[in-house]
Ligand binder design. Structure first.
Ligand code: GLC
Length: 630
């Protein structure tokens, strides 16, 4: 059923039409990836054991030109001939297929699925007894969950009749969906976990394999191609007419070249790796991550992130808007969210990369980087009341290798909101949003802090203190709807200068202090890791009261998350999936525990050993242990 696939065409100038038809991704090496010979296709047809094996044809035009090279043209035409017989065509007379406004096929709920939902009922009822503290009837609770599942299934996007992802939002009344009808890599993660925990892994496997094929499709912005290994922010299944009433489906990725602001999706590849690990952990099917093409995909992402640059820090240097906050919000440099995802992705890669002669250097590099990142973040991003007091009294302009104020932070950056806000107790603290020379962004960014807990980027004490802070600052960070994307909002001149007067990111709206229910699943995972499920249950119960009535909004506005966001999409898939995933995690602590990471003493040991070379610390496991207790 699934087509073999090929990427064709001169991507350098043409607006990136990739035609997915006939493929195998055989070569792990960057340059060997292009073999301009049609035998690749023939070969594939003969060895047609796995429908997902893909050959990606790389554009060989050396610089920006309108003319396709003769090689490209030749391969393209060969491929077209060969693939014509395999084109995925739509038979519109099939009465089981519903075509919604955006043209995606949505499979109707099947009998098997209803049966599975019935099985779920017992679990739901069991759960209801536990958390029925807020007056919601158990029947209501079940109805809400059922609606969420129905909506999640309706958001499924198919490619050649196979499910490949979920669209970002699926509001039938929205006449201008912009790119919300696309499958976003980051948005799909909670959908994937919800499906995996329900025992439905096909969609996740398809997603992982198809996005892998999109990975290095060369898209350009002003004659410049982003680095090899970059994963798209999103993709769309376009339907183009063939002859008569036949259609062809085409997978079309967006690497930021169409995105508002042309932002680079740095987090996509990191999420892809994290999801690949989760797929293995939950299904027990490790054969997917062992495949040569999948191994190559992991390595390409890792290599892209680990490439040398001019940076002085082990953290990843990125532009503004390179993650969930995909607009200008003053998070260029070394934002915590990216660092925590980077750390999680490296920890995942380390578990998944098959060790052999060709991979051992990469694994060594990963281990060293992991140690360096955790040391850097634990030491330099952490603040609690005492640390803030220390910064407040910092000496500046210290020229020496052992300066206390290494980044030359001027004490005036400790703003009044922070001095008021930080709890007295040393049991509370958090990791700051960003750190650069003479710049410490003290805003609290929720996703980065949660993933630091989940991945053990923070020390055990720091991780506990982050949850203590969220509990202590419940009204500010959770309020009427979990959870604030960041705190506090940028206001007045800061809003003008830092957001560029962005009308969507006005104070306490959207990325600028809005409340995003999708963060609920990651909060739940962090709480479960730290043995505090009751905190997550409280937040889930709060969301449950409003989400369905409010039609599953993308985000909420105001200081305490009281109103549905000004420009918020409705029926936002990751809101729905985040809610379902949070509930499933609470019901399945064992599955939850397979998704987070405990402290890794070996990594700390590497770090302490590296420090000892510079004469600063002794090298031993005991020293490593003391390091983790900072
Ligand atoms: C917005 C969000 C981004 C999300 C996308 C699709 O652009 O900022 O994080 O992935 O919408 O939902």
């Amino acid at each position: 059923m699934m087509n073999a696939i090929a990427f064709l065409g001169n991507s350098t100038m043409r607006p990136s039409k990739c035609i997915l038809r006939a493929f195998s991704r055989l070569s792990p090496s960057r340059d060997a990836a292009f073999q301009p010979h049609p035998s690749r296709f023939i070969n594939h047809n003969i060895n047609n054991q796995d429908p997902y094996r893909i050959t990606k044809l790389r554009n060989v035009v050396p610089f920006c030109t309108n003319k396709p090279s003769s090689v490209t043209t030749q391969v393209a035409s060969e491929a077209r001939n060969l693939s014509a017989s395999k084109t995925c065509t739509k038979d519109t007379t099939l009465d089981q297929v519903i075509i919604p406004k955006n043209g995606f096929n949505v499979k109707p709920l099947t009998v098997e699925r209803l049966e599975e939902d019935e099985k779920d009922e017992e679990v739901v009822n069991g759960d209801v007894r536990n958390i029925d503290k807020d007056g919601l009837e158990s029947v209501r609770r079940k109805e809400i969950e059922e609606e969420a599942w129905r909506l999640l299934r309706q958001s499924v996007v198919t490619y050649c009749d196979s499910p490949v992802g979920t669209m970002a939002a699926n509001d039938p009344t929205d006449a201008t969906p912009l790119n919300y009808d696309q499958v976003f890599v980051r948005d799909f993660v909670p959908s994937a976990l919800a499906f995996l925990m329900k025992g439905e892994s096909e969609i996740v496997r398809n997603f992982l394999l198809y996005t892998l094929q999109l990975q290095s499709w060369e898209k350009t912005v002003d004659c410049y191609s982003p680095g090899q290994g970059l994963m798209p922010a999103s993709f769309k299944v376009r339907i183009s007419p063939l002859e008569e009433d036949k259609f062809e489906e085409v997978l079309d990725p967006d690497f930021g070249e169409s995105a508002i602001g042309r932002v680079a999706p740095v987090d996509s590849g990191l999420w892809w790796i994290i999801l690949l690990r989760a797929y293995g952990k939950i299904t027990g099917d490790y054969s997917l991550q062992e495949r040569v093409d999948v191994q190559t995909g992991i390595k390409m992402i890792a290599n892209l992130c680990l490439a040398d640059g001019f940076d002085m820090f082990p953290t990843l240097l990125v532009t503004d808007g390179s993650c969930m906050i995909d607009r200008r919000m003053g998070i260029h440099g070394h934002p915590l969210e990216i660092q925590a995802l980077f750390y999680s992705a490296l920890r995942s890669s380390r578990e998944m990369i098959t060790i052999n002669d060709s991979s051992k250097n990469l694994v060594r590099t990963i281990n060293n980087r992991l140690s360096a990142i955790s040391f850097h973040i634990r030491e330099n991003y952490w603040v609690d009341k005492c640390k803030i007091n220390e910064i407040y009294r910092y000496k500046t302009e210290e020229y020496s290798t052992d300066a206390t104020n290494k980044f030359n932070i001027y004490p005036d950056q400790v703003s009044p909101w922070l001095m008021d806000w930080i709890p007295e107790s040393r049991r509370c603290g958090f990791l700051v949003g960003n750190l650069q020379p003479a710049h410490m962004d003290f805003r609290f960014f929720t996703l980065g802090n949660l993933w630091s807990v989940i991945s053990s980027l923070g020390t055990p004490r720091q991780n506990q203190a982050i949850l203590n802070l969220i509990e202590e600052k419940w009204d500010d960070l959770i309020g009427h709807m979990p959870l604030k994307i960041c705190f506090p909002a940028l206001e007045s001149a800061e809003w003008h200068i830092i957001t560029g007067s962005d009308p969507k990111n006005t104070p306490w709206s959207y990325h600028n202090g809005g409340s995003w229910p999708t963060l609920l699943w990651q909060f739940t995972l962090a709480c479960m890791k730290m043995g505090r499920p009751e905190l997550a249950e409280k937040a889930v119960a709060l969301a449950e009261k409003r989400l369905q009535a409010d039609r599953w909004p993308e985000y909420y506005d105001t200081r305490y998350g009281k109103f549905i966001g000004k420009k918020s999409r409705l029926y936002q898939t990751w809101t729905i999936a985040g809610f379902l995933t949070a509930k499933q995690l609470l019901q399945n602590p064992e599955m939850a525990s397979s998704l987070f990471w405990e402290e890794d003493l070996e990594l700390l040991e590497t770090c302490v050993c590296v420090l000892s070379k510079s004469g600063r610390k002794s090298c031993s496991r005991a020293a490593a242990k003391s390091q983790i207790l900072i």
